[in-house]
Structure formats: structure tokens, C-alpha cells
Design a protein around this ligand. Structure first.
Ligand code: ZN
Length: 71
């Protein structure tokens, strides 16, 4: 099973967030979408946090307009 990345609350300690994100504390910043913490700065920065990226990749089965409705 694939784990959904979780949003990192902005109240989280930067050092702890950096550890979760695999970056340096100095590179931690706010996600523009959810305002959680993400690897915002630096060479391999990911301005959009893992949780938002995962959400954008497409929820597998939660779209209400999906085809396949049987009547
Ligand atoms: Zn986000």
C-alpha cells in the first residue's frame, strides 16, 4: 500500500519538519497551497508540499463524476 504524504503543520518544529522532508531546516518554508511546511528553498526545493502534490496527482477513486454509473 502506498502511504499518502501528510501535510506538515506549520506549528511543527523546523528541525523535525526538515527531518521529515529530508532537507535542511534552513530550506523549510510554507507551502503556498495549504500553508503547511515543505522543502521550499534550496537546490532541490519542492515548493508544493508532498501532501498537495499527492492530492494533485489524482485521488484514485473519489471523483464524483466518474464514469461507470449503472442504472
Ligand atoms: Zn501543501
Amino acid at each position: 500500500m502506498e502511504e499518502m504524504p501528510r501535510r506538515i503543520d506549520p506549528a511543527t518544529d523546523r528541525t523535525a519538519a526538515a527531518h521529515l522532508l529530508g532537507c535542511l531546516p534552513d530550506e523549510v518554508g510554507y507551502c503556498p497551497r495549504c500553508h503547511g511546511l515543505t522543502h521550499r528553498y534550496g537546490r532541490r526545493a519542492r515548493p508544493i508540499c508532498p501532501a498537495c502534490r499527492a492530492a494533485r496527482a489524482g485521488p484514485a477513486d473519489s471523483s464524483p463524476g466518474a464514469s461507470g454509473r449503472s442504472s
